[in-house]
Design a protein around this ligand. Structure first.
Ligand SMILES: Cc1cc2nc3c(=O)[nH]c(=O)nc-3n(C[C@H](O)[C@H](O)[C@H](O)COP(=O)(O)OP(=O)(O)OC[C@H]3O[C@@H](n4cnc5c(N)ncnc54)[C@H](O)[C@@H]3O)c2cc1C
Length: 599
């Protein structure tokens, strides 16, 4: 049976020393997050997920969701009760606005909790996760009446939310959407079409589900410019807030899929369902992007969350399992064999997981801080910097976070040898669950294109220049300190590779395939630099704490050594990634499609 312990000590370290939460104590929202409150969220929230959600992870995977003949869907045994407890715990309302019943804490706090929830049970965490994305879109683009009607019950967790983009013929290319929205005399729209792969589209956890649906109005351009966003409740809501009739929306089937079995992935049929326009007509994509940006950061966290729990179990297994002897001679001569921990190749896998999970935790929480600062920072300049960093780093946190999460899950499985392949140990579930996060919310290839095609050139490269400057300044400050000089020097080199790759893109725009061919490597190169910056901050803090005699020396030493591992074993990949980018598109694009099949 797998185990899970929320990494509270590491989260606290990051919040204190990487995010530097105390520096923002006077900003709106941050006053609701005193160190004591944050401790309570991490400790109590961590206890809740470990005791209530984690025990349902394997059983939920085995049982999956069930669709009944009437179109209703039931979640696995125990989910309904766990969801009730989740709602009562208040853990779902941490960073929601106070005027709608939330606790108005910074995003960075709810993000820390969300990681724990995903580690404990990713499929469960998706039900409230999707709702949060829908809330974000309604708060940004919904009318005051829509906000009043739907948002409080969604924040409290009594109603769920979904996002409906995908159709059979339309995945990445949303311009291909066929779902129609016909205006009605009463100001509503009649929505008709089929959406597929809708996460949490139908289930038994909430009394209502508020679907946000992309559709085209009559005469709208048949492209992404013609898309509008609609709010379509499963059960219509009367003006007094009570629930009325069932809307003409139903779940036609649920998908049988590789992982996250306990989250219902639904085909949703809209048969003249009543919906209402959210925001302006034909501006639906912009509205949906608000939801998708929130969701993309959440999906990045899925990589971290699943990677973390897989890593924790691999560590335990490496302690318990005895095979072979240390290359340097028996470590425990009284035993018949040494533990797996003595083997450098096993350590390689564990160090890779440790360096990336701790680095990604710091990056995800620092990214969440930027989401807060976008609106709460003291000056317009700081707000703009935060917004630039959020835009730039969202595809990196999503794309690199989930690629690494999957990599960690498979390496953790590898530590188990053959037992990793056997279901009862739980590791193969982590591999299956982690896989989807690289695909949905825009595949990781599409994240890379978003980064290079949209985020880099925006505002004449202002965001990437800001990142270069930030890294440059922190490197300069850390170079003079013996404890961090080597790490700083290597980060400076990686940052130089990123600058050179950026320049190469600018000089090779004449062939757009050069951008498409290099984007994925570029996203990973930026991931190394951004995570490297996090490691520099963590190493600086650990060195200072150690020098001042504060903290647990062994733990701080492990932090410093992990930083060194990242510098010596991960940062050198930056040079190879740059050279891949500079290889351009030619060898990728030269072979005609008909020659790809060799038979
Ligand atoms: C379990 C699950 C849950 C999901 N949940 C939801 C949900 O809640 N709501 C929702 O609306 N959708 C959901 N999806 C759909 C998901 O977001 C899409 O599968 C995803 O966006 C990719 O679309 P597609 O599958 O049609 O692949 P395609 O768009 O057909 O892409 C196929 C391949 O081509 C690449 N590609 C496509 N276009 C480009 C391009 N322009 N440039 C470079 N490469 C390109 C892709 O990267 C991919 O590798 C879910 C899917 C699954 C499997």
């Amino acid at each position: 049976m797998p185990q899970y312990t929320p990494p509270v000590r590491d989260t606290r370290f990051v919040l204190e020393h990487v995010v530097g939460l105390d520096r923002y104590a006077n900003l709106p929202g941050f006053q609701n997050a005193s160190p004591e409150t944050i401790d309570a969220v991490l400790e109590e929230g961590g206890k809740f997920v470990a005791e209530v959600l984690f025990p349902l992870n394997q059983s939920g995977d085995q049982e999956g969701c069930t669709r009944h003949d009437d179109g209703s869907v039931t979640t696995p045994k125990g989910f309904k009760d766990a969801y009730r407890q989740f709602v009562e715990s208040g853990c779902g309302t941490l960073s929601a606005p106070a005027e709608y019943g939330g606790q108005a804490m910074p995003h960075v706090v709810s993000t820390a909790f969300q990681e724990y929830m995903i580690s404990a049970n990713m499929a469960f965490a998706m039900y409230p996760g999707l709702t949060h994305g829908a809330i974000a879109a309604l708060l940004a683009k919904g009318s005051p009446e829509q906000q009043k009607k739907y948002v409080p019950n969604m924040i409290s967790g009594h109603w769920g939310g979904t996002m409906n983009l995908t159709e059979p013929q339309c995945g990445t290319d949303l311009g291909l959407i066929r779902t129609k929205a016909e205006p009605q005399a009463d100001g509503s729209y009649s929505i008709t079409g089929t959406k597929i792969f809708i996460s949490s589209g139908e289930h038994d956890l909430t009394e209502n589900i508020i679907h946000l649906v992309l559709a085209k109005t009559p005469g709208a351009p048949d492209s992404s410019k013609g898309i509008s966003l609609f709010v379509v409740p499963k059960i219509l809501v009367n003006d007094d807030g009570s629930l009325g009739e069932h809307n003409a929306v139903s779940c036609g089937s649920i998908e049988h899929k590789m992982g996250i079995h306990a989250n219902s992935t639904c085909v949703m049929n809209y048969d003249g369902a009543k919906g209402w326009l959210v925001g302006e007509e034909m501006k639906g994509l912009a509205a949906m992007f608000i939801m998708m940006n929130a969701a993309r950061l959440g999906v990045g966290l899925q990589g971290l969350g699943v990677g973390e729990v897989a890593y924790q179990n691999a560590v335990q297994y490496a302690h318990d399992r005895r095979q072979g002897r240390a290359l340097t001679g028996p470590a425990e001569p009284n035993e018949k064999a040494d533990s797996l921990f003595v083997h450098p190749d096993v350590r390689r896998m564990l160090m890779h997981a440790k360096a990336w999970t701790e680095g990604l935790r710091a990056l995800a929480l620092w990214g969440a801080l930027q989401v807060d600062l976008e609106t709460a920072a003291a000056s317009d300049e700081e707000k703009q910097l935060a917004a630039d960093l959020v835009g730039l780093l969202t595809p990196v946190i999503k794309g690199v976070g989930t690629d690494k999460g999957y990599e960690i899950a498979t390496e953790a499985q590898q530590v188990y040898g053959g037992h990793g392949y056997i279901a009862e140990w739980g590791m193969e579930q982590y591999v299956r669950d982690a896989r989807i996060s690289m695909i949905y919310e825009g595949t990781n290839g599409v994240q890379a294109m978003d980064l290079v095609g949209r985020k880099l050139p925006a505002n004449a490269g202002r965001a990437v220049q800001a990142l270069f400057k930030l890294v440059g300044e922190e490197v300069a400050a850390a170079k003079g300190d013996e404890a961090t000089a080597d790490l700083a020097g290597r980060l400076e080199k990686a940052n130089g590779e990123l600058q050179a790759a950026t320049m190469w893109f600018l000089q090779n725009l004449t062939n757009p395939n050069n951008i498409g061919a290099g984007a994925y490597s570029y996203m990973h190169l930026m991931g190394i630099v951004a995570t490297g910056l996090m490691w520099l901050r963590m190493a600086s803090a650990a060195a200072k704490l150690k020098a001042s005699g504060e903290g647990d020396t062994a733990w701080l030493d492990a932090k410093l050594t992990t930083a060194r591992y990242f510098a010596e074993r991960v940062m050198p990949e930056a040079g190879a990634l740059r050279r891949k980018i500079e290889g351009g598109a030619e060898a990728i694009m030269a072979i005609p499609p008909e020659l790809f099949a060799v038979a």
